[in-house]
Design a protein around this ligand. Structure first.
Ligand SMILES: Cc1cc2nc3c(=O)[nH]c(=O)nc-3n(C[C@H](O)[C@H](O)[C@H](O)COP(=O)(O)OP(=O)(O)OC[C@H]3O[C@@H](n4cnc5c(N)ncnc54)[C@H](O)[C@@H]3O)c2cc1C
Length: 382
């Protein structure tokens, strides 16, 4: 079956992504994993090559691409090359931060932030989760208090991608001045730049995606201009709900690419490796496992491709996005496990791509809303 998602423009863009992975990342990635850091010149080079902020309008320095298939191409190439942490870091910047700036930022905010977002000179994070609030964001305690024309932001966030080395974050903060359980309208989003009172912990020692930094953020009366408020006071949670389809679709896209890569890696290994005098592919069990991997990777890709086209048409709702995220992330977890088994002991060694895919996919059923929360979202709408 021919895949119908892409056209010639996408394939040309893919060549650029392939070349970027080969030139800028291959051979260096293992070192970045040790340092938990993607170097700044890579962000800048990604910017120069037009790989950041694809949806940013031309007036703010971008290309104004409103076709999500270009983001799919990028994700697929970072995953296929085994540079999964770079896919994650760019995902945070482009799929989690950018939509808020574009949809709710004032003209002034866009003018100040978007050009440096696109050229890679500013690396951004999305800071929602806190030690006491993950699935349930109404438990967020970080607060912003009015102080003249500014706000004073205080609190703590955790598990924040690009948190240790990023320059700025979209922060969800409570603005109702209360301490009792918050209502839906108790929160506001701010674009917060690193400044006095804004600090971070050391990058967490993650089981996978180690080249990307994930860290705690601390805010101690950080002064934030009201001009850096994103949208209306009290609308933070409503905006997050509106942007969930893109955030969840993006994770599904990466998960689907991981499923395809897991099949490819397992097939290659089974063809090269022999046991009992024959290639692994000669064993009926291995062939059956590979057949299942191929079929399930195809099913996942078809579902995700359909969701991408629906998103392009503005028709992917929160429930469907939850379905596609649930299916694709659970499939990536299952398929990487099976593909790793075909690798035998080599699958357990981190320098093998399948070990990287296995640990990376373990995050996908947790991050951006757990599988249980996806089921809740789908179940509630039945
Ligand atoms: C590597 C990594 C990167 C991350 N990056 C970011 C980031 O950049 N920005 C950010 O803001 N956050 C980030 N997160 C946080 C992530 O989104 C949260 O971990 C996730 O939403 C789950 O929240 P929690 O960890 O507090 O788990 P909890 O909410 O405490 O959940 C624990 C368990 O309880 C289950 N549970 C909770 N509520 C229900 C329910 N109603 N019904 C059934 N089961 C339920 C969950 O499914 C889960 O199994 C990241 C996390 C990790 C590990």
């Amino acid at each position: 079956m021919k895949r119908a998602l892409f056209e010639e423009d996408h394939e040309q863009f893919r060549e650029l992504a392939v070349e970027f992975n080969a030139r800028q990342i291959a051979g260096k990635y293992a070192q970045w994993e040790k340092e938990h850091q993607i170097p700044r010149d890579v962000w800048q080079s990604a910017g120069e090559n037009g790989l950041l902020g694809l949806a940013v309008p031309e007036e703010f320095g971008g290309m104004g691409i409103d076709d999500y298939r270009f983001r799919v191409v990028l994700d697929e190439e970072f995953v296929r090359s085994g540079h999964l942490a770079v896919a994650l870091a760019l995902h945070l910047h482009d799929d989690l931060v950018l939509p808020y700036l574009l949809a709710y930022g004032s003209q002034d905010l866009k003018q100040r932030w978007l050009p440096r977002f696109v050229d890679g000179s500013t690396v951004t994070s999305c800071a929602f989760t806190e030690p006491g609030a993950g699935s349930d964001l109404r438990g967020v305690r970080t607060k912003a208090v009015r102080d003249g024309d500014d706000w004073l932001l205080s609190g703590q966030k955790t598990f924040i991608g690009n948190g240790a080395y990023g320059d700025a974050a979209v922060v969800l903060a409570r603005t109702d001045g209360q301490t009792a359980r918050a209502g839906e309208d108790a929160f506001t989003l701010f674009m917060v730049e690193r400044s006095e009172g804004y600090s971070n912990g050391q990058p967490f020692d993650k089981m996978g995606l180690r080249a990307s930094d994930t860290a705690e953020l601390f805010f101690d009366e950080v002064r934030v201009s009201d001009a850096d408020r994103i949208g209306e006071v009290g609308q933070g949670l409503a905006y997050i709900k509106e942007q969930l389809p893109q955030a969840r679709l993006a994770i599904a896209v990466a998960a689907s690419a991981i499923c395809t890569a897991a099949f490819d890696q397992a097939l290659a290994h089974a063809g090269e490796r022999s046991a009992f005098g024959q290639a692994l592919t000669e064993f009926q069990n291995t062939r059956f496992e590979l057949a299942d991997l191929k079929t399930e990777a195809h099913v996942t890709q078809s579902f995700v491709d359909r969701a991408v086209l629906a998103f392009n048409e503005g028709e992917l709702d929160a429930q469907e996005a939850a379905e596609v995220k649930l299916w694709a992330s659970e499939s990536a977890k299952k398929l990487t496990d099976k593909a790793l088994q075909i690798h035998g002991g080599y699958g357990y060694i981190m320098e093998y791509p399948i070990a990287q895919s296995f640990t990376a996919s373990r995050l996908l059923t947790i991050f951006g809303g757990t599988s249980e929360i996806m089921r809740e979202t789908i179940g509630r709408a039945l």
